[in-house]
Each structure stands twice: as structure tokens, then as C-alpha cells.
Design a protein around this ligand. Structure first.
Ligand code: GLN
Length: 275
């Protein structure tokens, strides 16, 4: 079989973005770039490669997210390892990163990233602002190990620290310029209605925001003043319909609270400055 036929074979097994995902599977298993795949469609592949592509496409067809199968994804144009202990980074979250990058404007900043997961937020902030340092906080030891690996891959280990803590019951030490978080924000009752890829594969602890979805916003905006330097920034990612509720929560302790939209025009970030 040749590369082109292998891509078509894999695509025939898939449904969402079939051609695109088939190309991702084939390039990953053959260890080639997309350019090579396109410029060399008649190269012969081995039986073993066909078998591995076939197995991978079958897993994907069963609903497992491609990012978990391949073990990697891209966020802010940077590579990140992912596994089932971490949420898969979403392009929506780039709105939060862009907002904080704009706020820092290249200045030296100490950042706390609450609910690190893969570390995608804090790591891209330190990658794109060489004067920033980040502390990645998560309740999951496995997630922190993944974040540590990602800090290494992206060359920011020397400016990254890791804390294992339960933010709902502990208050980390430190005085930060910025606290950033994409906390779990789905209402508990809604989780069962989400697509298979999310509800059956992503960690519940990274999704479940309690009965009204606001548990983490309530807690973090309450304790953030203890962890922020004077005038520091608290910036959250939010669900598209949580803008007004989170703004109201934050206004108890923060000023200049604003809602920022993502590229699709949905409310996506709420941020404010400490007193
Ligand atoms: N900070 C990580 C992300 O944005 C994880 C967020 C989470 O698990 N809720 O992908």
C-alpha cells in the first residue's frame, strides 16, 4: 500500500473531519511531516504501519479523542503532551492567554496558574513572556507530572514551579502579580449530556464545577486577595453563559471587572484587579 491509499483507508473509518484526522494519524505513525505526506503520496508503507494506523483509527472511531490517542496536541502554536489525567487544551483558552500576555506587556511577573492540567496556560505565558515566572498548581499528581514534562519540552522549566494542592481547601503561600485559572466550570447535572469524547474520556475533576458550575470561581475570587500583590490581576476562563454571574462574584473583591469575548463572539474571560 502507498501513503495516499493509507490516508484514504483511515479516513473511511472516521466521521468527524475524517481526512484531517486520518492525515494526523498517518503522519504520527509514519513519523513524517504533513509536507512529506503531501509531496510523497506514492511512497510504500509497511504492513506493520498499516496495522498500526488501522488500530489507531479504530480507537478514534470508538469515540476516544485523537489527542489522547496520539498523546499530544498544540496550544498557542506550542507542543503539549496530554493524557487522561489532563483536560485537552482548547483553542478557546487562547483568549485567556492572549489577554494576560497583553496585560503583562513583557514585564517581569509572578504568575499562579490554578488547575494546571497540562500546564498549557502558564507554560505558554512564560514561553511568550521571557520575564514571567509561573507556579503551576493542581490537585492531581499525574497532571503536575505532565505539566512538568511540558515545561521541559517548551524550554521554561527554569521559570516554572509546581505545587500539589486542593484549592477548595487550601490557600497556597506566595504573593503573585497574576492569578490565572481555567477551572472546572460545567454544572454537575450537565456533565452526563456532554459528547462521548468529553464525558467518557476527560477527567471529571477537570470538568465538574459543582451544582451551579461556579464553585471554583466563588472560592478563588474569595481567596485571591490573600495571594495577590496590591493591584494584581485575577483572570478566569468562563463558560459562554457565565459572564454576568462570575463578574458579579468578582466585584465583591475586585475592581475594573471586565468580560472579554472569544473569537466566536462568546463571553470567554472575566478579569479584574485587586484593591
Ligand atoms: N489549565 C488547563 C487548561 O486550560 C486545565 C483546566 C482544567 O482542567 N479545568 O487546559
Amino acid at each position: 500500500m502507498v501513503i495516499d491509499a493509507l490516508v484514504r483507508h483511515a479516513a473511511s473509518m472516521l466521521t468527524d473531519n475524517a481526512r484531517f484526522e486520518a492525515e494526523q494519524i498517518v503522519t504520527h505513525i509514519l513519523g513524517i511531516s504533513r509536507t512529506e505526506l503531501i509531496t510523497n503520496p506514492r511512497r510504500t508503507v509497511t504492513d506493520d504501519e498499516v496495522k498500526r494506523v488501522d488500530e489507531t483509527a479504530a480507537r478514534r472511531a470508538g469515540g476516544e479523542p485523537l489527542q489522547y490517542i496520539l498523546g499530544e496536541t498544540e496550544f498557542m502554536s506550542l507542543p503539549f503532551k496530554v493524557n487522561r489525567s489532563t483536560l485537552i487544551p482548547r483553542s478557546d483558552t487562547e483568549t485567556l492567554v492572549e489577554h494576560v500576555l497583553e496585560h503583562m506587556n513583557g514585564k517581569a511577573c509572578e504568575i499562579l496558574d490554578v488547575g494546571a492540567g497540562t500546564g498549557c496556560i502558564g507554560i505558554s505565558l512564560t514561553h511568550y513572556n521571557q520575564n514571567a515566572r509561573v507556579t503551576e498548581l493542581d490537585i492531581s499528581f499525574d497532571a503536575l507530572n505532565t505539566a512538568r514534562e511540558n515545561a521541559e519540552i517548551n524550554g521554561v522549566s527554569d521559570r516554572t514551579e509546581f505545587i500539589k494542592a486542593d484549592i477548595l481547601n487550601e490557600i497556597p503561600d506566595g504573593a503573585y502579580d497574576i492569578i490565572v485559572s481555567n477551572p472546572p466550570y460545567i454544572e454537575t447535572a450537565v456533565i452526563g449530556t456532554l459528547q462521548t469524547e468529553v464525558k467518557d474520556y476527560e477527567p471529571i475533576s477537570a470538568l465538574d464545577g459543582g451544582e451551579d458550575g461556579l464553585t471554583f470561581y466563588r472560592r478563588i475570587s474569595e481567596i485571591a486577595p490573600k495571594m495577590l500583590k496590591k493591584g494584581g490581576l485575577l483572570a478566569f476562563e468562563i463558560g459562554f453563559d457565565q459572564g454576568e454571574s462570575v463578574k458579579k462574584l468578582m466585584e465583591k473583591n475586585f475592581k475594573d471587572v471586565r468580560i472579554i469575548k472569544d473569537l466566536c463572539g462568546n463571553d470567554r474571560v472575566v478579569s479584574g484587579r485587586g484593591a
